[in-house]
Design a protein around this ligand. Structure first.
Ligand SMILES: O=C(O)CCC(=O)C(=O)O
Length: 266
């Protein structure tokens, strides 16, 4: 039987909001991340790794990716065996003009199938004025559409990638989230986000849940964690949770994986 989440998700290509933790707990998570930023002040290389791999460098973020509400929702979409492929942070500073152009996630990652869902978790409040995510309902029913590189400096995507068809902004649904809530979106859904006009940072962790049966088209094996099931198809390097906070051995794993991902990204 299809569940409520499954039904809405298969029709619209997204589901939101889903409360994973309380606002007070989200505040603690934010405090932990911002304390780590302080600890690494001036170390641009490690700060960039922290943003890309919060779940390897902070046990609190590893726990977030294992949150039962989030994992149960991902299971309704992907089935039992679930890996975390990434949990990178998307941070828009207060009053920043940074945006994310309309795109489909699965364009870039060289995964062999579409058994992926992103749970975008709001570490801080993400309302429309803060540049929350926006989605075009039903657009996940498209195949991958060509994207162009705009190299727009206000675009948070690495090359300012943008879908090469006209998107009707009138159809956009804004995924407003309170801190502690998450949205779920399909890897083929047209989505993006606007500028942050508020006085606070907008911090989100984009948790990419994939079915363990997926593989990289290149045969590479990026590092992942397993958050549901125990079937290892051998296509990824499954790591245990991090042993501690900001550990040098974890930075080293992140460096290696980062080099691999750079090579993978289309
Ligand atoms: O954080 C954002 O505004 C965009 C994130 C995004 O595009 C994604 O999670 O796929």
């Amino acid at each position: 039987m299809q569940t409520k989440i499954g039904k809405i998700y298969s029709e619209n290509g997204f589901f939101c909001p889903l409360k994973a933790i309380t606002e007070a707990e989200a505040k603690e998570l934010r405090k932990d991340y911002e304390a780590a930023e302080e600890d690494l002040q001036g170390d641009l290389e490690r700060l960039a790794l922290l943003k890309a791999y919060p779940n390897r460098l902070l046990p609190s973020f590893d726990s977030l990716t294992r949150n039962k509400t989030l994992v149960d929702a991902a299971k309704e979409i992907l089935g039992e065996n679930i890996l975390v492929w990434s949990a990178a942070l998307f941070i828009k500073e207060a009053q920043s003009s940074q945006i994310v152009s309309w795109h489909q996630d699965l364009t870039y990652w060289r995964l062999n199938d579409i058994k992926e869902v992103t749970s975008w978790f709001a570490v801080s409040s993400a309302q429309k004025e803060a540049g929350c995510m926006k989605f075009i309902p039903g657009s996940h029913k498209n195949r991958i559409i060509p994207h162009i590189d705009t190299f727009d400096k206000n675009n948070m995507l690495s090359r300012g990638q943008e879908i090469s068809v006209e998107v009707d902004e009138e159809q956009a649904v804004y995924a407003e989230l309170n801190a502690g809530q998450a949205s779920f979106h399909h890897g083929l859904l047209f989505h993006g986000s606007g500028p942050n006009t508020t006085k606070d940072r907008r911090i989100g962790s984009a948790i990419r849940y994939i079915s363990a049966s997926m593989k990289q088209e290149t045969g590479d094996r990026p590092m992942v964690t397993q958050v549901s099931g125990n079937n290892d198809f051998g296509n990824f390097k499954i790591l245990p949770p991090p042993k501690g906070r900001l550990l040098e051995e974890e930075f080293e794993l992140c460096r290696l994986d980062n080099e691999l991902k750079k090579k993978l990204l289309l």
